[in-house]
Design a protein around this ligand. Structure first.
Ligand code: BGC
Length: 767
């Protein structure tokens, strides 16, 4: 745990320089706008601990697989989001000395991420050879014009008179820290610099992505524009260089605009011309206007998605930090994009898509953004359906069975650990569950007919082939899987997987039957397209649904995580030595696999998804059995446990788990924030408040709340988009205020009481 950032409702502030945590701070201070992003690195040369990272959504490299022992079915490559051109760079030379915070004496330091405005700023007072300088810098990735970014860099001499050099550059000579064969992923295409502007244009090897990054600079001395600049270039790096003689109290101010363009977003156009055009436009508008437009867009975003907590600044900062990064990572403008577990904040997980998106992220975007945003997340998987069918074929399945990859960027599997690639098949079910989640919230049957049902049929067919009949049990079983708890591999009858498989089959049949009544013609066409043999397939699925085996312990009356789970020594986590934890850093893999410890919600993930299938008593029994054995070593774990704890009214546990998830990165709980932030679990944090504390649910097409207000809070409020209008919910200690911001009546249930909230009015309900 770290505690060096100060608490503020809207800001994350590092007061005083903490070089020992610099990579953690860089992750936390990352900026992004859905299209591009970068880590919170310094503008100047820094020779201390740092991880450079500038990323462009969708631009990846297929890094050739590295494995010890090749297995048939392994993918050829692991897609990696690429470190791309550094456009924030400004090098300063005082006389002959390079300004470097690792060498200079730092007299005062403040770095601040203003989440309300999406602006990262820094104030530093430093001394170089006894000469003092004050730096103020601020920058943003525009939320308005998403291919541009701006930097304003001021440096003031306090007591120095002499020469100074300011070099503003775009540097494309970059590598990924994490690459299998230590290759360069980029080839230079062209570069150019003149007094007006400069750019570097590179292409990725193999994937042939083209990226052009350009810059324009404006520098003034004490408010007067300096026109005298030199141009410099070396391979893959272009610079504008200003050489000045300054005296005490002089202030130099640099405004730098960058444009980052790729053929991924522009197709076949002259990227260089487009880049110059965009820069011209932004430059003409100027820093202040672009800054205001950017802030205005953030303001709109916050109107839609903010959660306000009264009475607990740490919790308030935590939730806003999570919401801020979710909105920086994915904006839903492009159905080819998705949400990497680290977003634009680091290289780990390759920037690829995991089941995290469907199981954890979808609800956030569904409630806080236009419907098309969540729809695009689902269409992303629809676009990958043929690849999922190919993927299943490679593993021996046929007739349109689809197995979605564990990790992907373009639909192809990238993961190459057999126990995950081939066995962590529950991911397929999460994709079906997301369709269900979306449909119950939006009732968008057009989506279901056009896209969703085809995906469901592919997934259902996979499960129908993946199960096998056990003569011994007289039931269907699913052998050789890994459940969400990756601390168990190659197990038989993981309860969650078996339950999910059956649910997928049942839900697919239900969707078919619902659509048959209203859209039978279109449905027939779809059946033809998928060569769907209605009678044969539905009767096989029904047989599986009725005859699936679930491991169960009669004594404890709990479903077992998998066959044989009770053979383990069941010693609660509370009895582990602190030095053993996290077990994934302290124990051998063999010891972990034999232990009873659970990485993240597994059986409980099933209860979380399918709560209506289980009584409150069953929830309690399962929670009390499994939670004490859970080490929460996946960031995805505390949020689900917090929601379940709210459901069984264990409020202390719900709050403990809330704090753990919401401040996971801010406090560096798992000691790994330096690799990047846990973006996908941030959506889980949002759910701990809305689904957990507020108890928000959609049941049979109706909106329900079963709220409680955590003891430390006076009240909390949030806004959701529901049935095309906004509803603001404020939860106090024993009262709920429902404020209908739209024109139409909304029906809401609070603890089962039906309420009609008239358009543009608010009502209070005690609880
Ligand atoms: C978790 C997975 C998750 C992945 C990416 C792993 O540690 O166990 O469930 O998909 O991280 O977030």
């Amino acid at each position: 745990m770290k505690d060096y950032l100060s608490k503020d409702p809207w800001k994350i502030v590092e007061d005083g320089f903490h070089p020992e945590h610099n990579k953690v701070t860089e992750s936390i201070f990352s900026l992004g706008n859905g299209m591009m992003g970068h880590r919170g690195t310094f503008e100047e040369t820094y020779t201390g601990e740092t991880l450079q990272g500038n990323y462009i959504a969708g631009v990846y490299y297929p890094d050739k697989t590295i494995v010890g022992w090749w297995k048939n079915g392994y993918p050829e490559y692991f897609a990696k989001v690429l470190n791309s051109a550094n456009w924030i760079g400004v090098d300063i030379k005082i006389g002959d000395v390079q300004l470097d915070l690792n060498q200079a004496k730092v007299l005062s330091f403040r770095r601040c991420l203003n989440m309300k405005e999406g602006i990262l700023s820094r104030n530093v007072l430093l001394s170089i050879n006894g000469y003092e300088f004050k730096i103020h810098s601020e920058r943003f990735c525009s939320y308005d014009q998403k291919e541009t970014g701006w930097l304003k860099y001021n440096i003031k001499s306090r007591n120095y008179t002499g020469p100074i050099e300011i070099k503003s550059f775009v540097d494309f000579d970059v590598r990924n820290q994490d690459s299998n064969y230590d290759e360069d992923f980029w080839d230079k295409h062209c570069q150019h610099i003149d007094r007006d502007w400069g750019h570097v244009f590179c292409k990725t090897k193999k994937t042939d992505f083209k990226v052009c990054v350009g810059m324009m600079n404006k520098l003034s001395l004490n408010g007067e524009l300096i026109d005298n600049k030199d141009t410099e270039q070396i391979d893959e790096c272009v610079s504008h260089v200003y050489r000045l003689d300054i005296k005490e109290k002089d202030i130099i101010s640099l405004e730098k605009c960058a444009a980052v363009m790729s053929n991924y977003h522009h197709g076949i156009v002259k990227l260089t011309d487009e880049c110059q055009k965009l820069l011209d436009e932004a430059y003409t508008d100027g820093y202040d206007t672009c800054r205001l437009n950017h802030i205005a867009k953030w303001d709109e975003k916050w109107q839609e998605s903010d959660i306000v907590i009264d009475g607990d600044v740490s919790a308030q900062q935590g939730i806003r930090f999570n919401i801020f990064h979710l909105n920086q990572t994915y904006t839903g403008d492009d159905a080819r994009l998705n949400i990497g577990p680290k977003g634009f904040t680091g290289e780990k997980y390759g920037g690829s898509t995991y089941w995290d998106t469907e199981a954890y992220c979808l609800p956030f975007y569904l409630s806080t953004a236009d419907q098309k945003v969540a729809r695009n997340l689902l269409i992303y998987r629809y676009k990958h359906l043929s690849k999922a069918i190919e993927n299943a074929e490679k593993l021996g399945f046929n007739k349109g069975a689809a197995l979605y990859p564990m990790v992907t960027i373009n639909g192809e599997e990238c993961h190459n650990e057999w126990e995950i690639t081939f066995e962590e098949i529950h991911r397929n079910g999460a994709i079906a569950y997301a369709i269900y989640d979306y449909i119950r919230y939006t009732a968008d049957s057009e989506y279901l007919l056009q896209y969703g049902l085809e995906v469901l049929i592919g997934i259902a067919r996979f499960w129908a082939q993946r199960v096998n009949w056990s003569d011994h049990r007289g039931k269907y079983v699913i052998l050789g899987v890994t459940g969400p708890n990756e601390y168990e591999n190659n197990v038989n009858n993981n309860w969650y997987t078996n339950y999910l498989a059956v649910w997928c089959l049942r839900y697919t049949i239900q969707c078919i039957k619902d659509l048959q009544d209203i859209e039978s013609k279109v449905l027939d066409q779809l059946f033809q397209k998928c060569t769907f043999d209605y009678d044969v397939e539905i009767s096989k699925w029904t047989h599986i649904i009725e005859n699936m085996y679930y491991p169960y312990d009669e004594g404890r009356q709990v479903y077992l995580q998998q066959d044989g789970y009770l053979d383990k020594e069941l010693i609660p986590v509370s009895e582990l030595e602190e030095s053993d934890q996290p077990i994934n850093q302290n124990w051998s893999w063999d010891k972990i696999l034999r232990s009873c410890y659970i990485k993240q919600a597994d059986t409980l993930q099933g209860l979380y998804f399918f709560e209506d299938d289980f009584s409150l008593e069953e929830h309690k029994r399962h929670f009390h059995f499994y939670e004490p054995l859970t080490v929460h070593e996946s960031s995805l774990s505390p949020c689900v446990h917090s929601i379940l704890a709210s459901r069984i009214n264990d409020r202390d546990k719900a709050y403990e788990m809330y704090l753990r998830t919401s401040r996971l990165d801010l406090d560096d709980y798992n000691n790994d924030t330096e690799d990047g932030l846990h973006i996908t679990s941030m959506a889980g944090t949002w759910m701990t408040i809305t689904k957990g504390f507020a108890g928000m649910r959609i049941k049979k097409g109706e909106l329900h709340f079963t709220p409680h207000c955590p003891a430390l809070w006076n009240e909390f409020s949030f806004t959701i988009k529901y049935k095309n209008q906004d509803l603001k919910i404020t939860i106090q200690k024993s009262n709920v205020n429902l404020n209908n911001l739209g024109p139409h009546n909304v029906k809401v249930f609070v603890y089962g009481n039906k309420l009609i909230v008239p358009g543009r009015q608010s009502i209070n309900e005690g609880y």
